[in-house]
Ligand binder design. Structure first.
Ligand SMILES: [Zn+2]
Length: 118
């Protein structure tokens, strides 16, 4: 049980924040693994959401993936620290290869974890 109860009287002087709201999630950015929320037509009973078939790097015309771009790389690394298979990300073969190389380099300089909860 939590000790800090919010008394509605307000007579107590406490240094607690006025209202305990649910803290918003830190760090914006595209959510991964989101569910399709209330669309018009649903695709069949697929468990995994389908992305565009073209790979992100091809569409954005990135020919070389910078291993220092953690924000980019982390989009392709699962929470466990594993590289997300390209059938889930839709990245093409060439870019997936570059991506995995970049992720490995990033790991080596400790930008990305090898595995979570180690
Ligand atoms: Zn590509």
């Amino acid at each position: 049980m939590a000790d800090e109860n919010n008394n509605q009287g307000g007579s107590e002087t406490s240094s607690a924040p006025a209202e305990t709201q649910r803290s918003p999630r830190p760090a914006g950015g595209p959510r991964q693994g989101g569910r399709p929320g209330g669309g018009g037509s649903r695709e069949g009973g697929r468990k995994f959401f389908r992305r565009k078939k073209v790979c992100k790097f091809c569409t954005e015309k990135i020919d070389s993936i910078n291993y220092k771009d953690v924000r980019l790389l982390s989009q392709f690394v699962a929470e466990s620290g594993k590289i997300v298979p390209r059938r889930l990300t839709g990245v093409c073969t060439q870019h997936q290869r570059q991506l995995s190389e970049a992720i490995k380099q990033a790991r080596n300089i400790a930008l990305l974890p090898f595995a979570a909860g180690h």
